[in-house]
Design a protein around this ligand. Structure first.
Ligand code: SF4
Ligand code: SF4
Length: 448
């Protein structure tokens, strides 16, 4: 392999001593070029161009890693165009871990060709100041709610959206009552069978933007007889860092999170996650660390405890079969990181089917990406909308009244898409909470 190192390192081949680069490169070698993934890829569907397909991106990453491909807009564009939905993984006969490949490739590229100073500053504020610190998130939540309530947000959109289009696509910020942190502990409800302790990940952005769903997770677990612990020191799992090319940041947060969960009583209790992206990241934490790093073993131990919310409640609900809330018909949308990342497909459907009187309709293509994809809606709003359009049409065809999903990002995307028609979007936990404790929080006068 020739070494054509430049001062920027732009065209040099990857360094085999660099674990991130090695992960990306070895993943590219697994591809057998069969092309089965092309038909599943939303970006390939939009462009019809090979380089926007999983196989095409693998080819580009390999060329870049071998020093055969000059840096340039095309390469960076294809890395950021990918939604990292991982649908390609679900059909790949060679078992290419496309998510890990893209995370490593994005990280590699950002270190080789650092972004402009303004972008670097924004990334630092977002990834290092806001996401890991609950007080900072809280301040942003209060300010954003004030901007929404006072009309400053609409003025800001009118004045600055031409320069910063993401302003128009930032999600609506709920009232402060919905942003309140969860209690640190919830005792099992009286009169129900006790089902043992659980540790709940409250999350970072989710607490601010989808606090109602968070509270429904907590309350429904308590109502079903679980003893729920919410470690207050645990904030961000680092999944957004990993997806956006900051593996060092993800690694640092992972260490903090592992230590916090190890310190949180009760040890070895299942760790319940109601955000598909976070759950997927935490189930695959070990590869962030080198095999000889003691953190790898600790990461694997935490991953083994991770359960999606639906997996935890499905058993008790099938035994209880509570009456469903009066929602009419519902359709379930599979979050990509739940079905393709965690391979959890049946449990959420069984949860809905366990509720007496609920009519569940199947979407034609429930595992297709809705275009939310972490920060994708903000970073690439036009592409996000184009990916979302067929999903909206799919929901219309289903004739369902309510869309149910199991990931905060997807919930916000669907809420924005269905708002004009006035139809509801609920997290799975909100439906369960209404069945076991009722009424729906969205119909209640205030949160308890
Ligand atoms: S992760 Fe999704 S968008 Fe990216 S290449 Fe795979 S199928 Fe296409
Ligand atoms: S399905 Fe897998 S092996 Fe086939 S082209 Fe796509 S990534 Fe390569």
């Amino acid at each position: 392999m020739s070494s054509t190192s430049t001062s920027s390192g732009a065209t040099r081949p990857f360094d085999v001593r660099d674990p991130e680069s090695l992960v990306a490169y070895t993943q590219t070698l697994d591809c057998i070029h069969c092309g089965l993934c092309l038909a599943t890829c939303p970006t390939y569907e939009l462009t019809g161009v090979e380089s926007s397909s999983p196989r095409g991106r693998i080819h580009l990453v390999r060329g870049r890693m071998e020093g055969r491909l000059e840096p340039g807009e095309r390469y960076g564009e294809e890395l950021s165009f990918c939604l990292m939905c991982r649908r390609c993984e679900s059909v790949c006969p060679a078992g290419v871990h496309f998510g890990a490949l893209m995370e490593a490739a994005r990280d590699e590229e950002l270190r080789r060709v650092p972004p402009a100073p303004m972008v670097r500053a924004l990334r630092w504020v977002g990834f290092s100041v806001l996401l890991p610190h609950r007080p900072a998130l809280r301040v942003v939540g209060v300010l954003a709610r004030f901007a929404e309530w006072s009309g400053l947000r609409s003025i800001g959109e009118r004045l600055f959206a031409a320069r910063w289009p993401w302003l128009r696509h930032a999600p609506a910020v709920p009232p402060l009552a919905e942003q309140r942190p969860l209690p640190e502990r919830g005792a099992p409800a009286a009169g129900v069978e006790e089902r043992g302790p659980l540790v709940l990940l409250e999350g970072c952005v989710a607490q601010v933007l989808t606090g109602r769903a968070n509270r429904a997770v907590f309350d429904s677990l308590v109502q079903l007889g679980f003893e729920v612990h919410v470690p207050p020191s645990v904030v961000c799992c680092g999944s957004l860092h990993a997806h956006n090319g900051d593996l060092e940041g993800a690694r640092n947060l992972a260490k903090q999170l592992i230590a916090d969960f190890e310190a949180a009583a009760p040890l070895d209790a299942p760790v319940v996650i109601s955000s598909a992206g976070c759950g997927s990241h935490l189930r695959e934490l070990a590869p962030l660390f080198a095999p000889d790093d003691p953190w790898q073993r600790r990461a694997a131990a935490l991953s083994a405890r991770v359960r999606d919310y639906s997996e935890v409640v499905v058993g008790p609900l099938e035994a209880l079969r509570p009456q469903a809330p009066d929602l009419g018909s519902v359709a379930y949308d599979d979050p990509c990181h739940l079905c393709h990342g965690q391979k959890v497909r049946e449990a959420p459907r069984r949860v809905l089917d366990s509720l007496r009187g609920l009519e569940r309709r199947e979407l034609d293509d429930p595992e297709a990406c809705c275009g939310a994809a972490g920060l994708y809606t903000l970073l690439r709003p036009a592409d996000s909308a184009a990916v979302f359009a067929p999903r909206l049409a799919d929901f219309e065809r289903s004739g369902a009244k309510v869309l149910v999903t199991a990931n905060p990002g997807c919930q916000l995307q669907w809420q924005a898409g269905l708002a004009p028609s006035g139809r509801s979007v609920l997290h799975l936990a909100e439906v369960v909470q209404a069945a076991v404790a009722g009424p729906l929080y969205s119909q209640a006068a205030e949160l308890r």
